[in-house]
Design a protein. Structure first.
Lengths: 167, 440
């Protein structure tokens, strides 16, 4: 039963992470093109693209947090597996339950606090200096990225719990 | 309980979590968060973890990370390593041990567009190893020179490790990059010298390869000149003050994309794979950066780094002994953890000590990067060796580790040389007006 639940949850959550990752790719390309265009504008035409620095900053938020959860799906967040590797499979699974469970709790807190941080930004109406782009949508993206990561970690914990019972 | 003691406990708990295989960045964030709650209160700790992810990622300075990674990925996926190797092979292959020397040369050239040691080791594992096998090179020498040559990726600019060091210690990334050029060349030279000496003593380790005419050698340059030009534009541009790091990285990535297109390798697949790998690595690094920043807030309010700095600088021992101990500590840590994480974890704690002792921050950055390079090839966790043994499946891991020993020794020699002559590091930044905190 646990396995089925984890399977269903991952069938829903993992594709969402993957699609958001594509948006992160676009952000990287946009960052490169924008910065190159700005270099050309500065060096060749002696002018500059207004707000290119702040757009780059916002693209960074998109790049990092739209790909944050997918990196965890693909085991991209590095860890040290030297000691755990030597344990028996059951003990390995127990370790996984503890560490991933703790991480899930941490990221529940992070996404919750980030959400409040975003609401605060929206209420205060914070905007960027040159183009007056509101900051709050990007703060919401941060919260969303952390929330998705939290979901992935919960799914990983559940899969590990299932392994503990099975072995 | 005193804040300092809580700081110490925090570090111990962090090591326990890391040993239990918790993701490095998340473990640092968790310990930092809990420590902050204990030393301050829950509300401020929640405020910290709520604002830090957004504030850390919304950074123009840090946008240099994905852009330099993208440049390296474009180079990796478009198979530029192969061409670089072919050129080096034609120039050096006829010498005793020449193919191994060509590998080191090609690694250092590839490192100049790629900031990653893993990518460098993996690329040349696929390109150079079959050639050396064909000419009956000893497995130990062949794999050892690739694993060691691969580490050059983080010393020769652009380098992700130096970027992160610059951010943690608030040093200019341009100065760090420029400072890495001469030590990078020196280390490549020491590697080549090591191979030369080994093959002089025992010629069967690395037989001579074929000899090429001067015309063939010159013609082979046509495949690599574009990469050299790109390096000159990006790193030279920063040196000359044309660019700050982010524009330099963007121009570098765009230039590599154009070279890919000219060589007809800018396929949809190559570009997508590059973007995917770039986002994955960037996010991994940001996971660690965000975790480290939260951890650093905790360390600062625990006053542990300041306490250590004061205590150590007042000790009645030579500062070189202290530096030796710090380097030894990093080497030991390097046996168990991967370089970047040690850098992010330990540098904030030892940096105040190093500065307190009067060492130059840029010089220390280069020394620590060299030590990180060693950590990539020291057993039991030598990441480069793992990558390489994935490529060279028929070579036992022990053989690779055995092959690394002479190169490891060359790295120690390099560190000693830089300790005796720190000007090797600070000379180039000095020509750009870097005064530094030199107390040598």
């Amino acid at each position: 039963m646990i396995e089925k639940f984890a399977q269903r949850a991952s069938d829903f959550v993992y594709p969402v992470c993957k699609y958001l990752d594509y948006i992160a790719w676009m952000a990287v390309i946009a960052m490169m093109l924008l910065t190159v265009a700005n270099v050309l504008a500065t060096k060749v035409f002696n002018t500059n693209i207004l707000g290119s620095i702040e757009i780059t900053e916002l693209l960074m938020v998109i790049c990092v947090f739209f790909s944050f959860a997918n990196t965890e799906v693909e085991e991209g967040h590095i860890s040290v597996d030297l000691l755990v590797k030597k344990l028996k499979p059951k003990k390995q699974a127990i370790m996984l339950v503890i560490t991933q469970g703790l991480c899930a709790i941490l990221f529940a807190c992070v996404s919750w606090s980030s959400l409040f941080h975003a609401i605060e930004k929206q209420e205060m109406g914070e905007v960027t200096m040159d183009l007056l782009i509101p900051l709050y949508p990007f703060a919401y993206i941060t919260a969303l990225g952390c929330f998705l990561l939290c979901l992935v970690l919960i799914i990983k914990t559940i899969i590990a719990i299932d392994k503990v019972f099975k072995s | 309980m005193s804040p300092i003691l809580i700081g110490v406990i925090g570090i111990l708990v962090l090591f326990v979590l890391l040993a239990a295989k918790m993701q490095i960045g998340f473990a640092m964030a968790l310990v930092g968060f809990v420590g902050f709650i204990i030393l301050n209160d829950l509300e401020s700790a929640l405020g910290l973890i709520g604002s830090e992810p957004f504030d850390a990622s919304k950074s123009y300075l840090l946008s240099v990370i994905p852009l330099f990674i993208l440049m390296g990925q474009f180079a990796t996926f478009s198979n530029m390593g192969k061409e670089i190797y072919q050129t080096a092979y034609k120039w050096l292959g006829f010498l005793p041990g020449g193919l191994a020397m060509a590998t080191v040369g090609a690694c250092s050239l590839f490192a100049a567009i790629s900031g990653s040691s893993l990518a460098t080791a993996a690329t040349f594992g696929m390109v150079a190893l079959p050639e050396m096998k064909k000419f009956k090179y000893s497995d130990a020498l062949a794999t050892g020179c690739i694993a060691a040559g691969g580490t050059l990726g983080i010393l020769i600019p652009p380098s992700t490790v130096l970027i992160i060091y610059g951010i943690i210690t608030e040093q200019s990334i341009v100065n760090l990059f420029i400072a890495g050029v001469i030590p990078g060349a020196l280390l490549s030279f020491l590697f080549i010298l090591t191979i030369y000496v080994m093959c002089k003593i025992k010629p069967s380790l690395g037989p001579r390869g074929p000899r090429f005419t001067l015309k063939e050698k010159v013609v082979s340059l046509k495949d690599t000149w574009s990469i050299l030009c790109l390096f000159m534009l990006v790193i030279g541009g920063m040196y000359a003050g044309w660019f700050t790091p982010t524009p330099a990285a963007a121009v570098g990535a765009f230039g590599t994309l154009i070279i890919m297109a000219i060589k007809k390798r800018a396929t949809k697949e190559n570009i997508f794979n590059s973007l995917k790998a770039t986002c994955k690595t960037t996010t991994m690094i940001f996971g660690i950066i965000i975790g480290a920043m939260i951890f650093q807030y905790f360390m600062t309010i625990s006053e542990l780094p300041d306490f250590l700095a004061t205590e150590v600088t007042q000790m009645q021992v030579s500062r070189h002994v202290v530096m030796g101990l710090i380097i030894a500590l990093f080497i030991v840590l390097g046996c168990f953890m991967e370089g970047l994480s040690i850098m992010i974890l330990a540098v904030p704690i030892v940096f105040p000590i190093v500065i307190g002792l009067g060492y130059d921050p840029i010089w220390f950055g280069i020394i620590i990067t060299l030590v990180m390079e060693m950590s990539l090839i020291t057993p039991p966790v030598g990441v480069n060796v793992f990558v390489l043994s994935g490529v060279a499946k028929d070579v036992p891991m022990e053989t690779i580790f055995k092959g690394i020993v002479p190169f490891w020794a060359a790295m120690v020699v390099c560190i000693i040389v830089l300790m005796i002559f720190p000007e090797i590091v600070t000379f180039l930044p000095g020509t750009m007006g870097y005064k530094g905190g030199l107390g040598f």
